[in-house]
Design a protein around this ligand. Structure first.
Ligand SMILES: COc1ccc(OC)c(-c2cc(C(C)=O)n3cccnc23)c1
Length: 121
């Protein structure tokens, strides 16, 4: 039998795991939890050429595909911008994406990150 040793998590993957969970909490309706399909969003795959969602980001963390925080932040921004582009401004999805991008932007700012990394006094 093959015993798969549990890989120790790199510091980066622990940080990205914390950030992803924090961002997912800001998506209570889970609009961004899974890939958007053409069934629920007509023509989506022809308009959005680089889809992104939280489950894909989770898989990329687990597969160690992110080598920097910037790559993670770029995927988060891509996910929000896809929704801002595809959905008309008055839809819940466009509004949720604008809000999520704003919240995520603050969370990913260096000074906030340093605060969350340093043990609070
Ligand atoms: C109404 O319940 C859901 C459930 C899952 C969704 O995407 C994973 C969406 C959804 C998510 C989106 C996005 C993110 O553009 N969307 C666009 C048009 C129609 N539906 C959606 C909505």
């Amino acid at each position: 039998c093959v015993i798969k040793m549990k890989q120790s998590r790199s510091p980066l993957s622990k940080l990205l795991d914390y950030l992803l969970r924090s961002l997912e909490k800001r998506d209570p309706h889970q609009f961004f939890a899974w890939p958007v399909t053409d069934d629920i969003a007509p023509g989506y795959s022809t308009i959005i050429t680089k889809p992104m969602d939280f489950s894909t980001m989770r898989q990329k963390i687990d597969d160690n595909e992110y080598t920097t925080l910037q790559e993670f932040a770029d995927d988060f921004r891509l996910m929000c911008e896809n929704a801002i582009r595809y959905n008309h401004v008055e839809t819940v999805y466009h509004k949720a994406a604008k809000r999520l991008l704003h919240v995520g932007g603050k969370l990913l700012q260096p000074e906030h990150l340093m605060r969350s990394l340093k043990p609070q006094p």
